[in-house]
Write a protein that binds this ligand. Structure first.
Ligand SMILES: [Fe+2]
Ligand SMILES: [Fe+2]
Length: 391
């Protein structure tokens, strides 16, 4: 990565800690700062995970750098004109030498850099401790150390801040990984749900009046109407997919009724009409949003806007929108298809039927939406014609 290369180049620049050690080898409180709490200290503490610490100073600050180096982290010095280079770098801690920079205002600039809104900042300054802390708190500085420095305290604070920073970074990484995993599981689950529905549609097709591409055309008309009504693409697609099961309740209807060429008796018609409730029962109480929608459509696609439909005799907006949409799509396709009991109607005649029954059988808004997408529907029918054998 460019940052690593730059890091090496900068290390050769004569400003990194090793090069500065000549002027940084001074002692504070009479101690050798480079020996205090190093990675191989007498207590046998674990090696720290190497982290990148940025020291912001106008010139290499004496005492500070050797104490930081002794912790085993990678230290890089940045002058005030180089601050922008920190943007996006995985810096675990930024140590700001206020004395050489003339004030803590640089912290505002650091906070605005990409990726450093929450990077811990340790401010090192000389002066009255209370005033320094108040100014630092107002700038969202994480920690303050007032000179003269106690190297032990410095190293303890730095260790704590680096651990905090690395732990937060790890938590953020774990959260991102978990989010991706969850998104993958959801996508897989939705794909399986759709596959199951498409397989159910195949089952329904076997029993839907020799349906042919009927279900596909109904789904296409459903999308056109839903989009014409201003529903979102996802809502339109969901209703269309769920619409493919609108007649799944016909699975239980005997062939003698389903395939009867002549008119049905009143009992046969009553048996036929039971497919709405039967389909609803087959699909209801599922945790799947799509199956719930399919259950709603199965129950309501034969309701009429004027209340003369079945099975519940609902009217107007008491009929779920999905059922009102599919009613238009289903009747239109039934009209233009040949069935055992009827010839196929020309498209214009079927279109005129919808207009004629706008506000009686059908929701006027759904008919208007259908008409507004007429060209799309013509295109769909060219791709999936209602052939003489289709119903
Ligand atoms: Fe039906
Ligand atoms: Fe149908």
């Amino acid at each position: 990565m460019g940052a690593d290369l730059e890091f090496s180049e900068r290390a050769d620049h004569g400003r990194d800690l090793g090069q500065d050690s000549g002027q940084d080898s001074g002692q504070e409180h009479g101690q050798d700062l480079g020996q205090d709490l190093g990675p191989r200290d007498a207590a046998g503490a674990c090696e720290p995970e190497p982290a990148l610490i940025a020291v912001l100073a106008a010139s290499a600050p004496p005492q500070l750098l050797p104490a930081l180096r002794a912790l085993g982290h990678e230290i890089q010095l940045f002058g005030p004109e180089e601050i922008g280079e920190l943007a996006g770098w995985p810096v675990a801690l930024m140590v700001v030498d206020q004395d050489s920079l003339g004030g803590p205002e640089i912290v505002r600039t650091l906070r605005r850099l990409d990726g450093h809104a929450r990077t811990p900042i340790l401010l090192v300054a000389s002066g009255e401790a209370g005033a320094i802390r108040r100014a630092a708190a107002a700038l969202a500085v994480t920690e303050v150390l007032v000179r003269p420095l106690d190297p032990i305290e410095l190293q303890m604070r730095v260790r704590a801040l680096v651990e905090l920073s690395l732990a937060r970074r790890e938590a953020e990484r774990a959260t991102r990984t978990m989010s991706r995993h969850v998104a993958g599981v959801v996508a897989e689950s939705e794909a399986r749900e759709r596959e199951i529905i498409q397989r159910l549609m195949l089952a329904a097709e076997f029993r839907d009046d020799d349906a042919g591409d009927h279900l596909t055309r109904v789904a296409g008309c459903t999308i056109a109407i839903a989009e014409g009504l201003g529903l979102s693409e996802r809502e339109a697609n969901d209703i269309a997919l769920a619409s493919t099961m609108h007649d799944i309740g016909k699975i239980g209807i005997p062939d003698s009724i389903l395939l009867k060429a002549g008119p049905l008796t009143s009992e046969e018609r009553a048996e036929m009409q039971r497919h709405a409730e039967r389909g609803h029962r087959m699909l209801q109480n599922s945790p799947s949003r799509l199956l719930q929608l399919a259950s709603e459509i199965a129950l309501t696609h034969h309701e009429r806007w004027d209340g003369a439909g079945y099975p519940q005799g609902l009217s107007g907006s008491a009929i779920p929108l999905s059922g009102r949409i599919v009613a238009v799509a289903d009747v239109f396709d039934a009209l233009i298809s040949e069935r055992v009991y009827k010839a196929a109607w020309p498209l214009e005649k079927a279109r005129a039927y919808l207009v004629q029954h706008r506000g009686s059988h059908f929701d006027p808004a759904c008919v208007d939406a259908f008409l507004s997408r007429w060209e799309d529907i013509i295109g769909l029918l060219q791709d999936r014609p209602a052939t003489p054998k289709a119903a």
